[in-house]
Design a protein. Structure first.
Length: 210
């Protein structure tokens, strides 16, 4: 009872905030915001988790995370948009498609396709569902870095979020789709946040990443 009473008195200065991100590039922003926030609320613990946008969206709905940086999903309680991110086709430099300004979506049906994170709902699987297109999946991997390596080796083409670009693969050319395909990325959070989480939300609203 004493602990509960003390927690109510401290309010935003106690508790745990769980922040998820589907994009590694946002780790820097999350950790920077955490460092500044904890100078103001040193009693708050922060836990950072990773997953796909669909996994993290479900965690928000189930109150297992307070905030998530993800691409938009249906049914999110609170959504703060950040940016539009383009889905790009990864093409081996030796493939004739590398010479095109954009890769027609229909080419996914005929070119050997490398699937990242098979069996999981991702931006890519949602895209193909929306387009009613089934790629010619010939290879799969659970690591996007491995996807780039396989494309670089000439095994096939793939699709990746521009925000998840991997450096260091000169044999890979990134091309937009025809027609262009965009995903909205933002900050999702739950309703009726605990005092610490609500304080963090107010803190980051004017410091959103680009």
């Amino acid at each position: 009872r004493l602990e509960q009473t003390a927690a109510k008195v401290r309010g935003a200065d106690c508790g745990t905030i769980v922040i998820g991100t589907a994009y590694n590039c946002y780790y820097e922003w999350v950790t920077r915001m955490t460092a500044v926030f904890r100078t103001r609320h040193p009693g708050v613990a922060v836990r950072i988790v990773n997953g796909t946008s669909s996994e993290l969206a479900e965690m928000v709905k189930d109150h297992r995370t307070d905030f998530c940086l993800i691409s938009r999903r249906d049914g999110l309680p609170v959504w703060l948009p950040i940016r539009q991110d383009e889905l790009l086709v990864l093409v081996p430099k030796s493939n004739p498609l590398a010479g095109m300004d954009a890769v027609p979506v229909q080419r996914m049906k005929t070119e050997p396709f490398i699937e990242s994170y098979p069996g999981m709902e991702t931006d890519i699987t949602l895209l193909f569902d929306k387009l009613k297109t089934k790629p010619n999946t010939s290879y799969s991997t659970m690591d996007i870095t491995a996807t780039y390596a396989m494309v670089s080796a000439g095994l096939g083409i793939s699709v990746n979020n521009a925000i998840n670009h991997q450096h260091g693969y000169p044999g890979v050319v990134e091309r937009p789709m025809d027609p262009p395909q965009l995903m909205e990325i933002g900050l999702a959070c739950g309703e009726n946040l605990a005092p610490a989480a609500q304080a963090f939300l107010e803190f980051v609203k004017t410091r959103m990443p680009e």
